[in-house]
Design a protein around this ligand. Sequence first.
Ligand code: TRP
Length: 361
Amino acid sequence: MSKIILTGDRPTGRLHVGHYVGSLKRRVELQNSGAFDKIFIMIADAQALTDNAEHPEKVRQNIIEVALDYLSCGLDPAKSTLFIQSQIPELCELSFYYMNLVTVSRLQRNPTVKSEIQMRNFETSIPVGFFTYPISQAADITAFKATTVPVGEDQLPMIEQTREIVRKFNSVYGDTLIEPDVLLPDNKACLRLPGIDGKAKMSKSLGNCIYLSDTEADVRQKIMSMFTDPNHLKVSDPGQVEGNPVFIYLDAFCRDEHFAEFCPDYQNLDEMKAHYTRGGLGDVKVKKFLNNVIQSELAPIRERRKEFEKDIPAVYDILKKGSEVAREAAAATLADVKSAMKINYFDDLELIQSQSEKFKN
Ligand code: TRP
C-alpha cells in the first residue's frame, strides 16, 4: 500500500513558531525522508470560512501568507503537492455522503468542536458548516487516501472522527476508504507551545505569537518580554523551569550544539535548568540564549521567504498546479466512493440492463 500524507492549515493568519515546531518542521523532514509516495499539503480555506463567513477577505489575504510560510520552511512543490481546499469540489461531494454516517450527538461530543464552540462564544448560534467541519476534514483526509496525518495533538479528535467514518463507510458499502494514522510531534514540548505571555496557546487574537515572518528585531523584542517564573525576582532566587515558557521554548528548539555556539557555560539544557532551579541564573541570560537559538532557526526561513516574495504570481502558480494534481486524486476517490455506494448509475451497465429486463413485459 502506498504511504500518503495529507495535512494542512486554515489560512486565518500567518504561521507562527508553534506551527513550526508542532508540524511544519516535521513535514519538511518527512518530505525529505523519501519514505512517502505522495505528500499533499492543503491550505484549508473552506474550513477557515466555516467560522469566518463574514470575513472572506481575511481568508483570501492569508492564503498567500500561508503558502509563503510553507515554501520558506522548505516544503518543496517538486516533492509535495501544495493546494487550496476550495478548488477541489470533490471534497464537498464526499462530505455530503459522509454526513449520513455521523450523528449530531457524535459531533456534539467531539472535544475539539466543543472547545472551539466555547472559545468562539457561539452558544446557540453555531453555524451548521462549522458544526460539521469534522466531516469535511474526513473528506479531506480520505479523498487523498492518506495513510498518515501529521498534526498537533489538538487535531486528535478530528482524526478519530475520520477513522470512525472510514470504518462505517467500509462496513456499509464495502472496503473503499483508507483508515489514516495520526503522526504527532515526537518532542513533548512541541505538542503545544504556549504563548509568550505564558497562556496555554499561541493565538493571533491573544497577540502572543512569534511569527515565522517576524523581523529579527520583532523576534528579539518578543523573546526579551517573555513571561517567565513570576517568583524568580532576583538572579539569586531559585527558579522554576516547569511551566516556564522560556524553558518550554528551549525544550522545543535547542540542541546541545547551541550551547557550544551561544552559551558555552553549559553543555546542555539539563545543566542550564539545574542552575536556574538552584538559583544564580538570571532570566535575561536565558532569554538571550533563547533568542540566539530561535534566530538561528528562523534566519534561513526568513531569507527564503524574501526570495519567494519577489515573485508572487509564481507562488499562485504553484498552488494552481498543485490544485490540479490534488483534484485528480480526489476525483478518483470520489469515483470509487460513488461506485461503492452504487450511485454511479450511468457507468453501471448491469443496472441499466436489469432495469430494461424488468420493464420489458
Ligand atoms: N483543522 C486543521 C487546522 O485547524 C486544518 C485541516 C483541515 C486539516 N483539513 C485537514 C489538517 C485535514 C489535517 C488534515 O489547522
